[in-house]
Write a protein that binds this ligand. Structure first.
Ligand code: NCD
Length: 307
């Protein structure tokens, strides 16, 4: 039962529960008209303390397409946060107005803390450089739709694996399916955090390698997950400038990739994928953004327990 639960970490839901969400998402994709009144009379609150395009707007679009309404803020400076209100007081208040809430916050763990004070289901829409579980639902649904399953895959994650929360959540989630392998491609300074290496990969005996050159491994992956260097999490601008263009996926590099490989990217893209790659049939990142809306429709419906 997903009704009334929070979603803070990709491991909060069992594989069966995730499957349930995907099943509903597939039904919504096939028959969206049947769901236009599913959330009549319900309100979603979006509490965004950090910039967002896709996550916030796909949640809002999802709720509107289910017949519900949306309230919220996308700029903490326009809410009482600017007056010094605590996150626990904010969520207690929002719970009086809305039926479900989505929170993005620059501090790792903030949505977890908020969930402890929340009487309504709360969804983590990204907490600092930590986790981003609904991007992961988006990624999994895209992979499942394109590859027909979530096991026996070699997943290459490339870019900022240190601060990239979407990469952390995807590694956690894909480690739960059988026989997946990881190729982690990053500069030395931007390798995955220790807790991912130890507690997720090593602890579960997952096969993985850490490399620096994309060209050497591009032909070995079924999925190439490109990520942006997370400028806002760097301590100094010089490091960012030095590392920002570590990887640029272009037509030349794509020549060595296999025909069935798919390219994903949570977006926004900065320089890491050349525009020429967009026309390659293996580029799936815009389709991925669309799956994100459908999977959030299914998630909201399940967490609210509507028919
Ligand atoms: C990602 C995020 O916010 O972590 N964006 C998203 O939600 N689609 C990736 C990023 O900002 O680089």
């Amino acid at each position: 039962m997903l009704k009334g639960r929070h979603l803070i970490d990709p491991m909060d839901f069992s594989l069966e529960e995730i499957e349930e969400i995907f099943k509903l998402a597939d039904q919504i994709i096939l028959n969206p008209e049947s769901y236009i009144h599913s959330c009549d009379g319900k309100i979603l609150a979006t509490l965004f303390y950090e910039p967002s395009t896709r996550t916030r707007l796909s949640f809002e679009a999802a709720m509107l397409r289910l017949g519900g309404k949306v309230i919220g803020f996308s700029e903490p400076s326009s809410s009482s946060v600017a007056k010094g209100e605590s996150i626990s007081d904010t969520i207690r208040t929002i719970a009086c107005y809305a039926d479900i809430a989505v929170m993005r916050h620059p501090k790792e763990g903030a949505p977890r803390v908020a969930s402890m004070y929340s009487d309504i289901p709360l969804i983590n829409a990204g907490d600092g450089g930590h986790q981003h579980p609904t991007q992961t639902l988006t990624d999994l649904l895209t992979i499942k739709s394109k590859k027909k399953n979530l096991s026996n895959l070699t997943i290459g994650l490339c870019g900022d694996l240190k601060f990239g929360r979407t990469a952390h959540s995807l590694i956690k989630a894909m480690s739960r399916y059988k026989n997946n392998k990881f190729i982690l491609i990053s500069p030395k300074e931007l390798k995955v955090p220790d807790y991912i290496r130890r507690e997720v990969l090593e602890k579960n005996n997952i096969e993985f390698v850490e490399v620096e050159r994309l060209e050497d491994v591009i032909g070995m992956v079924d999925i190439l997950y490109m990520t942006r260097v997370q400028r806002e999490r760097f301590f100094n601008e010089e490091d960012y400038i030095r590392l920002k263009d570590s990887y640029i996926l272009d037509g030349e590099k794509m020549k060595n990739a296999n025909d069935e490989m798919i390219i994903l990217h949570p977006l926004p893209r900065v320089n890491e994928i050349s525009y020429e790659v967009d026309n390659d049939p293996r580029a799936c990142y815009f389709g991925q953004a669309k799956y994100g809306m459908y999977v959030r429709m299914a998630l909201i419906a399940k967490m609210l327990g509507v028919k």
